[in-house]
Design a protein around this ligand. Structure first.
Ligand code: C5P
Length: 325
C-alpha cells in the first residue's frame, strides 16, 4: 500500500528508466590533489536498463531487487537516496516534511562492474523525484546536483554518446551515425572503482624512474575514434577502443585476459574492459554477429553471464508517472 501524505501537493508514484554505459575511450590523466583524475572519455549508453520507482512517503527508504541487489547499500550511502535527498534540499522540500520518498530500484546493471550502475540509479532517482515533486528542474540543473553524487551521473542523465572531461562530469554530445551492437560479459566478482584508479597509479609509479614522479601526459581526445563514430562503421571503431584503466583492472583480476581473448577469437571487432571493470565489452558487426558472439562467449565459460545490448541508448527518462498534481 502506498502511504500518501495528506498535505503533499505532489503525492503518487513515478518510475524512471536509466541505461548502463561503456567508455569507448577512457584516457586517465595524473592524480589530482582532490583524489580524482582528469579524464578524457567517450561515454556510450547501452540498452541495459535499471528502473527506479519513487513513491511519496513520510520517510526516505530504499529497497533493491534484481542483479546484484544484496550488494547495494540500503542506508545513506545509497546513491539514489543521496540523489533524492540532494534534490529535496535543492528544491526546498527538506525540512518541511515533504521530501520523503520510498525508492524501489530494480537492477539489471550489475554492481561494481564498470557500467556506472550506481550513478545510473542516482540519475533515475533525480529524474523521477523531479517529476514526482513537479520541481521542473532542467537537465543542466539536475546534472549539477548529480555531479556531486558521482562523476558518471551527468552522463546517465543525457545518455547517447558524449565526450566527458574533468572527472567525467563536463559533457559534450558526440556526433555518431548508426547503432552499435555489443556483448557484455560480466565478471564473477565486482571491482570497486577507487581500487582500480589506485592500481593504475601504482602501475604508473612502478614504471617511473627512481625518485621521479610518473610522467603522465595530459589526456587527449582521439580524433580518429570520433571520425570512426561519425562514419557509423563498427569495423573502423573496433580497433580504436582504448581504456587506460584496463591494465589496472587486469592486474586485479588476471582472469579477465582470458575473457578478452575469447571475445577476440569469437570474432569481436573490438574487445576491452568497460570503465573500471570487470565487465568486458565486445563490439560486433551487427545484431546477428553479436548473438553469435554471445553464444560463443557463454560456451567458453570465461565469465559469469553474458548480455547482448546496443547503443547509443537514451538517458534517464520517466516511463510511468502517477504523480498527483
Ligand atoms: O565520482 P565517483 O564517486 O563515481 O568516483 C569514485 C572514485 O573513483 C573516486 O573516489 C576516485 O577514487 C575514483 N575516480 C577518479 N577519477 C575520476 C573519477 C573517479 O580517481 N575522474
Amino acid at each position: 500500500m502506498t502511504h500518501v501524505i495528506q498535505d503533499d501537493p505532489a503525492a503518487g508514484s513515478v518510475t524512471a528508466r536509466v541505461p548502463a554505459k561503456v567508455n569507448l575511450q577512457l584516457s586517465v590523466g595524473p592524480l589530482r590533489d582532490d583524489g580524482y583524475h582528469d579524464l578524457v572519455t567517450v561515454f556510450h549508453a547501452v540498452s541495459l536498463f535499471d528502473e527506479v520507482t519513487v513513491t511519496s512517503a513520510e520517510r526516505t527508504s530504499v529497497v533493491v531487487s534484481g542483479e546484484g541487489g544484496p550488494a547495494v547499500p540500503l542506508g545513506p550511502a545509497n546513491l539514489a537516496v543521496r540523489a533524492a535527498v540532494a534534490l529535496a534540499r535543492a528544491t526546498g522540500r527538506r525540512g518541511k516534511g515533504l521530501g520523503g520518498v520510498k525508492i524501489e530500484i530494480r537492477k539489471r546493471i550489475p554492481v561494481a562492474a564498470g557500467l556506472a550502475g550506481g550513478s545510473a540509479d542516482a540519475a533515475a532517482a533525480l529524474v523521477a523525484c523531479n517529476e514526482l515533486w513537479r520541481a521542473g528542474l532542467s537537465t543542466a540543473k539536475l546534472s549539477e546536483i548529480g555531479a556531486q553524487i558521482g562523476s558518471d551521473v551527468p552522463f546517465a542523465l543525457i545518455g547517447g554518446t558524449a565526450v566527458g572531461l574533468g572527472r567525467g562530469e563536463r559533457l559534450t554530445r558526440a556526433l555518431v551515425s548508426g547503432s552499435y551492437h555489443w556483448v557484455l560479459a560480466f565478471g564473477a566478482t565486482g571491482l570497486p572503482t577507487p581500487d582500480v584508479f589506485a592500481a593504475c597509479d601504482r602501475l604508473r609509479a612502478a614504471r617511473a624512474k627512481d625518485d621521479e614522479a610518473p610522467d603522465v601526459p595530459a589526456p587527449r581526445l582521439s580524433t580518429k575514434l570520433m571520425a570512426a563514430l561519425r562514419s557509423g562503421d563498427p569495423a573502423a571503431v573496433g580497433p580504436l577502443l582504448t581504456n587506460d584503466l584496463q591494465p589496472a583492472a587486469l592486474s586485479l583480476q588476471p582472469l579477465l585476459r582470458r575473457a578478452l581473448q575469447a571475445g577476440k577469437e569469437h570474432g569481436a571487432l573490438g574487445a576491452m574492459v568497460s570503465g573500471s571493470g570487470p565487465t568486458c565489452a565486445f563490439l560486433a558487426a551487427d545484431a546477428n554477429a553479436a548473438r553469435d558472439l554471445a553464444v560463443a562467449d557463454t560456451g567458453a565459460g570465461v565469465c559469469r553471464a553474458v548480455v547482448q545490448v546496443s547503443g547509443p541508448a537514451p538517458g534517464a527518462s520517466v516511463v510511468e508517472s502517477g504523480a498527483l498534481a
